[in-house]
Ligand binder design. Structure first.
Ligand SMILES: [Zn+2]
Length: 121
């Protein structure tokens, strides 16, 4: 399952941050997922709960935001959001090749909220 791999990547980043900031409990994780990644938020949440078991993130709420696919036209340099066609520039029309993907494929952990070990503060 595709979401399982993404959940594992999210968990790795989160656990890394936990070590860095000495967090014992993670409450909330904000994740941005590109539209091209075609992630089903419910499935990702489920997978995350599975992989996070026994870690400081096991009870964390996962906030998933889907970001649009943004392309750049090689002819006019225009940045535009992809609707349903990958090869259309709003200025130039159909573009045969050379469109660059600016965003939309990646998964980014935007922020992590958690609590430290000392006194729960
Ligand atoms: Zn163009």
């Amino acid at each position: 399952m595709h979401e399982m791999a993404i959940a594992q990547s999210v968990l790795e980043i989160v656990l890394d941050e936990c070590r860095r900031h000495r967090m014992k409990t993670v409450d909330r994780i904000n994740v941005q997922v590109g539209a091209l990644a075609a992630v089903v938020p419910e499935a990702l949440t489920f997978c995350f709960q599975v992989v996070a078991q026994g870690t400081p993130a096991e009870n964390a709420a996962l906030d998933i935001e889907t970001v649009p696919v943004v392309m750049r036209c090689p002819l006019c340099g225009e940045l535009f959001e992809m609707e349903d066609r990958l090869d259309m520039c709003p200025q130039c029309g159909p573009v045969v090749s050379g469109l660059s993907l600016i965003s939309g494929r990646e998964m980014t952990v935007m922020s992590i909220e958690g609590r430290g070990s000392d006194d729960g503060a």
